[in-house]
Each structure stands twice: as C-alpha cells, then as structure tokens.
Design a protein around this ligand. Sequence first.
Ligand code: NAD
Ligand code: MLT
Length: 310
Amino acid sequence: MSYNVLVSDPLAEEGIEILKNFCNVDEKTGLSEDELISIIGNYDALIVRSGTEVTARVIEAAAKMKYIGRAGAGVDNIDTDAATRKGIIVANAPEGNTLAATEHTMAMMLSLARRIPSANASLKKGEWKRSKFMGVEMNEKTLGVVGFGRIGREVAQRAQSFNMRVVAYDPFITPERGAQFGVEMMSVEDLFKVADVITVHTPLIKETKHLVNAASIATMKDGVRIINCARGGIIDEKALADAVLSGKVAGAALDVFEEEPPTESPLLGLDNVVVTPHLGASTVEAQKNVAISIAHQCIDVLKGGAAKYV
Ligand code: NAD
Ligand code: MLT
C-alpha cells in the first residue's frame, strides 16, 4: 500500500529522505487554512512545525489521516482534542531541540545582562558609547527557573557554571529531585520574591497563562530581568512593557510572543528588551534531530505501530 504524507512547514532534508523511502511526500508550505482543507483529504499523515495551525476544521476534512507529527516540542498549534476524537495519533519530538532552546536561553540572558544587541546596533551606527552600555554580572545572582523540565534543567546546569544560585518552581518536581541538580525547589510566589533573573520553561496551559502579570511582577525584586523562550502568553506582554517602562523590571528577553509574528506588542519598541523571532529551536542540529524523530514515528504509525512521543 502506498501512503501520502503532507509536510506543510519546512522540515530538514534528513527527515524528508527517511519519509521518501517509505511513502509519497508532498512539501507544501505557507498554505492558508482553506487551502489546507481543500487538499488534506488526500493524505494519510501530516507533518508540521509551528507555522501550520491544525484546527478542528482541518482535522474534520482529513478523511484518511492517521498521524499528525509536530517537528518540535509544543503541540499548541494542533487541536489535539479534535484529533483524538477522530482517532488520529498526534506525536511530537520533544527531545531533539532541548539543547538548542537551552543555549538560546543562555544567549538571551547574557545579551540582556550585557546589552549586546543595543551596543551592537549603536556601534554599527558609528557611535562609540562605552558608558551607555554598562552591564551586570550573573555571578552570584539568583536565577529562578519556572518549569523544571528538559529545558529548565539544562538551563539550571549551565547557570550553575556561571556561579549562579538556581531556584525553581515546578508542581510536578519534588524537592529531592531538585536537590539532585543542586537546585532549591520553592513556591512560585517565593521564587518571584528572591530571583534576580526569572526564566520560564513551562508549556502554555491554563495554569501558566499570564503567570507573569502585573500582580506577580509587583512581588518581584526591583530590577529583575525576565526571559521567555518557552511560549508566548506565559507572560502578559502589556504588563511586562509597563514594568520595563517604570524601571521595576530592568530588562526582558523574549523569543516567543502572544501573537506570532508580533505586530502590536508594546515590547518591540523598548531598548531594554531583547527579542528574537522564535529561534529557540533554530539550529542545524535541532532541526535534523526533530525531523528524523518525527519521520520515524510517522512510518511506525503508518505501519500500524505506535508513536514514541504521543
Ligand atoms: P518539558 O515538558 O520537558 O518541561 C515542562 C515543565 O513544565 C515540566 O517539568 C512540567 O512539570 C512543568 N510545568 C507544568 N505545569 C506547570 C506549572 N503550572 N507551573 C510550573 N511548571 C509547570 O518541556 P520542555 O521541552 O522543557 O519545553 C519547555 C517549553 O519550551 C515548552 O513550552 C516548549 O514548547 C517550549 N520550547 C520552545 C522552543 C523555542 O523555539 N523557543 C523550543 C523548544 C521548546
Ligand atoms: C517547539 O515547541 O519545539 C518550538 O517552538 C520550536 C519550533 O518548532 O519552532
């Protein structure tokens, strides 16, 4: 039997090659929802990154779909309830980009602390303003990690090598488990009070939506720095912008936004805010890892087996 697979966001060639050894592969990116709906009925499997919104309408039209693969961690662009109702297996590739997202978080933290993006832009404009770009050291500062999963743990380990004290909040991680990483687990309220730098690494779910908001920012240290390389929406962008403008928050670094691309985010115009366009997983290595993982799982499911990460 021959299977048809639609790849609707850019996928590394290594994954495409694996798929092509087993099935027909169409690569069609940038489709609107209606365009996707008009062709989806021809396909046994769909592979996406974060660009394609796999809505209930798309899933409804997917008459013979058996598998939807997300080449990355977060499945928030897929209506998983609608897929489950239709008996479609949704799998992701949560491990392949962990280190890429971790290293991006560290890069964001240091960029923020040493004001590298602004200094870079200033020098390239022909200025030489050494006193304008005074930074702060991470040495002996307290890093608060919200969400102590794959990325949170890797970030903690790297921060410790900078001689930071690391504290963390995660309702599913015991103090004993945290201690194995040399990290003190605490309530999110306490973490907000003690951290000099806060970095969030949770999924975007009901419990984490606007976890960082005007009220929680008010409980933080004056001059706190805040990083989000996880999901837009964990931070209330308007509240964060107000707090940066008032000086309560010394700076923020964001890779992800409530709306992507962000058109109206009040954060984009602020000097003390470092932004990147959802680049956390954008390394050659990570894209190869997730493409291979999602392609193998696709073939396993089409052969009648199970996916590894459901
Ligand atoms: P993970 O599942 O390994 O870790 C998430 C952790 O969050 C878990 O330990 C979980 O217990 C914890 N958590 C759940 N609910 C919580 C709550 N209410 N409060 C605090 N913690 C809570 O996931 P991961 O691979 O570490 O990914 C973390 C985030 O980073 C996800 O949102 C993922 O989509 C995102 N991500 C972004 C990029 C990027 O390109 N910027 C790349 C990879 C992953
Ligand atoms: C993820 O959830 O894995 C990330 O958002 C990375 C991505 O696919 O761009």
